[in-house]
Design a protein around this ligand. Structure first.
Ligand code: UN1
Length: 500
């Protein structure tokens, strides 16, 4: 399908796609697909003011009714799954199957949030005083600013927005400047859902800001943005956290990962092989959950690694829109440079690199296709402590599980992790307090491809935030402790006497 048809099918008009200063190129072939008009910081401030006034009425709409808006959003997304999935592929380069998967994540979180809209439960608490009742109430918090990255241009917005909306919070989205088109297409889908919902969806409830970093800074600077949920690099997260700490605003941070798999002697190597390839080369190694470090027991190293190298050699690399492609392009030339220099460092640190060179340079001179790389390392060297957003899989040997877990936990990031083993003593140990230090720890599946039902996020430099399922909704509400005295006395807590 020509690029212009993909844009049109996603509802984007020529008038919107031209005449602005933000040039959008597709990583598929490096060609320009739009010049978008950007928002000014004054417009960002106007959006913040509109959200503030939307909050006044939205917080009073009963939560199950707020859920109805998210149900309608899920319905619209179901209708648009292919069109939006294809646009995701065109704009960020992940293969079409993964583009569809990303839209499916949006649909799934909408379903989850609809159910949640009737389950924003608080506690009742035993009071120490006679004739007193205590409880905990959850109230809407205020506007939620959502900052997202190019690699998952739409799903993380929805993990945040679906929850924030049922929790009573307006949302303002600042997408990556590399992927603004998917954000515009989603905004249109939201507008249809709001129109179907009717009058109690106030103006300013769901908004999007197109442009550069200054717009994100307008969100972090404003006391009228109660929460910032940011997905992206560690430096971006540190900048957001620093700004937000100045006004003690709430953050939900989902930053870098440096995810490992331990392959133990008892592992099912067929399964491990498939899991390794999907999690290391899926999205061309540009997921925050991508597998980056493979820690393999020395007894099975020679059975697994040659097969893995062979599997890499046969990977179909190319147009992510074409059937059968498994590895699409990197986002841009800068990503290719970062990959090349990481591999040079790996070699300088004693590594042996397989693959890792540029692919399709003749047919796609303006795009950044690569052969995914495997780097066999003598130990967990310095380069392995950093996250390079590219398909590089570092491989090291281990001899004892404690040493493997120590290596797995040694890096500054703490998002996802996994072990392949059929020995329950090993797998339970890996999940125990002495095991993985990550927010996600899996057994016999790879580190990527989390379902929306669980809380998503991780520790250390990953930022500590949790999004998506479980009780992540609490991050979008304020907790209020209520004590009600229904007696005719006024006993004080802690038995204090204070007679006047
Ligand atoms: C990301 O890369 O920012 O677990 C998110 C996964 C996906 C989400 C990745 N569900 O791989």
């Amino acid at each position: 399908m020509p690029h212009s048809d993909i844009l049109a099918a996603a509802g984007l008009t020529q008038a919107e796609l031209t005449g602005g200063s933000l040039t959008v190129t597709t990583p598929v072939d490096g060609s320009e697909i739009a010049r978008l008009k950007t928002h000014s910081t004054a417009e960002a401030e106007a959006q913040i003011a509109a959200a503030k006034s939307a909050f006044k009425s939205w917080r009073l709409v009963p939560a199950p009714r707020r859920g109805e808006l998210v149900r309608l959003l899920g319905d619209e997304l179901r209708k648009e799954k292919e069109n939006l999935g294809r646009l995701v592929t065109l704009e960020c380069g992940k293969i079409y199957q993964e583009g569809l998967g990303e839209v499916q994540e949006m649909i799934d979180i909408c379903d989850f949030a609809v159910g949640l809209s009737r389950q924003l439960y608080g506690l009742t608490i035993a009071s120490e005083r006679p004739g007193h009742a205590m409880r905990e109430s959850w109230h809407p918090m205020g506007t939620c600013g959502i900052i997202t990255a190019f690699n998952f241009p739409v799903a993380p917005w929805c993990w945040n927005a679906a929850l924030a909306l049922v929790c009573g919070d307006p949302v303002i989205w600042k997408p990556s400047e590399k992927t603004p088109l998917t954000a515009l297409a989603v905004q249109k889908i939201c507008e249809r859902a709001m129109a179907a919902f009717g009058d109690d969806a106030p103006e300013g409830l769901i908004q999007v800001l197109i442009g550069e970093r200054d717009l994100g800074e307008a969100l972090t600077a404003s006391k009228d943005v109660a929460i910032i949920s940011a997905t992206g690099s560690v430096p971006m997260g540190k900048a957001v956290a620093a700004d937000m700490s100045k006004r003690l605003g709430r953050t939900i941070l989902e930053l870098g990962g440096n995810n490992a798999m331990i392959v133990a002697p008892s592992a099912d190597l067929e399964m491990a092989l498939r899991a390794i390839v999907f999690s290391a080369v899926g999205t061309a190694g540009q997921r925050c959950t991508s597998l980056r470090r493979l820690i393999v027991h020395e007894d099975i190293y020679d059975q697994l690694i040659p097969r893995l190298i062979k599997a890499y050699e046969g990977l179909p690399i190319g147009d992510p829109l074409a059937d059968g492609t498994l590895v699409g392009p990197l986002i841009d030339g800068a990503a290719l440079d970062a990959m090349t220099s990481a591999l040079e460092r790996a070699q300088a640190e004693g590594g042996t690199v397989h693959g890792g060179t540029r692919a399709l340079a003749d047919s796609h001179a303006d795009a950044a296709y690569v052969h995914p790389a495997i780097a066999e390392m003598p130990a967990q060297t310095a380069i392995m402590h950093t996250e390079t957003f590219a398909p590089i899989l570092y491989v090291v040997k281990y001899s004892d599980l404690d040493q493997a877990i120590e290596m797995q936990n040694e890096v500054p990031q703490g998002l996802s992790s996994c072990i392949f083993s059929t020995d329950v003593r090993e797998t339970e140990y890996f999940l125990s307090a002495a095991g993985s230090d990550c927010g996600i720890a899996n057994v016999n599946i790879g580190p990527s491809g989390a379902e929306i039902g669980g809380a998503f996020g991780g520790e250390k430099e990953t930022g500590g935030g949790r999004e998506s399922g479980s009780d992540a909704w609490k991050g979008y509400m304020r907790r209020q402790t209520n004590t009600v005295n229904y007696s005719r006395e006024l006993p004080l807590a802690q038995g204090i006497k204070f007679d006047i």
